[in-house]
Write a protein that binds this ligand. Structure first.
Ligand code: PEP
Length: 267
């Protein structure tokens, strides 16, 4: 029987990125049901952390519910402004997210990079803003199919991680999500071996830039068409410490099953 190889000191994280789905009322119902179904199944939240990333307009409702019912779920936002306050119409400050008790914020998701033209420099500024406001940035990196063909799997994610960490000089609490763009929403996930190969390269960058201690503690997630049927394979890899889940995070039973990967046959 294969063993689960999550490294000591790195609690696996299963993070659900809802993207622009579920309004605040739907969010309340979903989070309540998710917490109950995981509790009913006897999920040990200290062995696998669970976090949801609703749209901005849901965050206050999710915070109120989690806090009032003492639910063992973390939550965060899908983006943050690089600025702290001021004339930036439509943007959301890290200070506001911190005031809402967000633990995490996703930064540099491929949809932000592609659809909104976000650059490595902007990602770096947002990472710095998140850390200024005691939010843990989940830094997304990943290559397109074209990048893969031209440069292989690691070059672009490694360059994006270097760019994202441009202003990070001290020991920082960060999470890295390796999300090959060709695997996002395509139903065609990377293989566990492919994910491990890139995750190992990303960890080597962390060692070089932030030191061995930070690199050892930093969780590296895989994202891209993760489902209950394939999560266990990724979690067997020594440098993969969890998953950033898009589509499947909106299906309660599927997401709960992903969270409970340790109970799947073969683990
Ligand atoms: C994502 O958008 O971060 C993602 C991983 O999506 P999906 O799981 O749907 O591929």
């Amino acid at each position: 029987m294969a063993t689960v190889t999550s490294q000591p000191g790195r609690t696996p994280l299963i993070a659900g990125n809802w993207k622009m789905n579920l309004d605040h009322l739907q969010a309340i119902a979903f989070v309540q049901k998710l917490a109950w179904s995981l509790k009913d199944a006897g999920h040990d939240f200290t062995s696998v952390e669970v976090s949801v990333f609703p749209p901005f307009t849901d965050l206050r409702s999710v915070q109120t519910l989690i806090s009032a019912d003492k639910l063992p779920l973390a939550f965060g936002a899908q983006d943050v402004s690089a600025h702290d306050s001021g004339a930036y119409t439509g943007e959301i400050s890290g200070a506001f997210l911190n005031a809402l008790e967000c633990s995490y914020v996703i930064i540099g998701h491929s949809e932000r990079r592609t659809l909104h033209g976000e650059t490595d420099e902007q990602v770096a500024d947002k990472v710095a803003a998140a850390l200024r406001h005691n939010l843990i940035p989940i830094i997304c990196v990943g290559e397109t199919a074209e990048d893969l063909e031209q440069h292989g799997p690691s070059a672009v994610p490694v360059a994006q991680l270097r760019g994202a960490l441009a202003h990070v000089t001290t020991a920082a609490d960060i999470v890295v999500a390796y999300e090959p763009v060709w695997a996002i929403g395509s139903g065609q996930a990377a293989t566990p071996e492919q994910a491990e190969q890139v995750a190992a390269q990303l960890r080597a960058v962390l060692v070089e830039l932030l030191g061995q201690d930070v690199a050892d503690k930093t969780r590296i997630l895989y994202g891209g068409s993760v489902k209950a049927a394939n999560i266990a394979g990724f979690m067997r890899e020594p440098n993969v410490d969890g998953a950033l889940v898009g589509g499947a995070s909106l299906d309660l039973a599927e997401f709960a099953s992903i969270v409970r990967y340790q109970k799947h046959v073969g683990l």
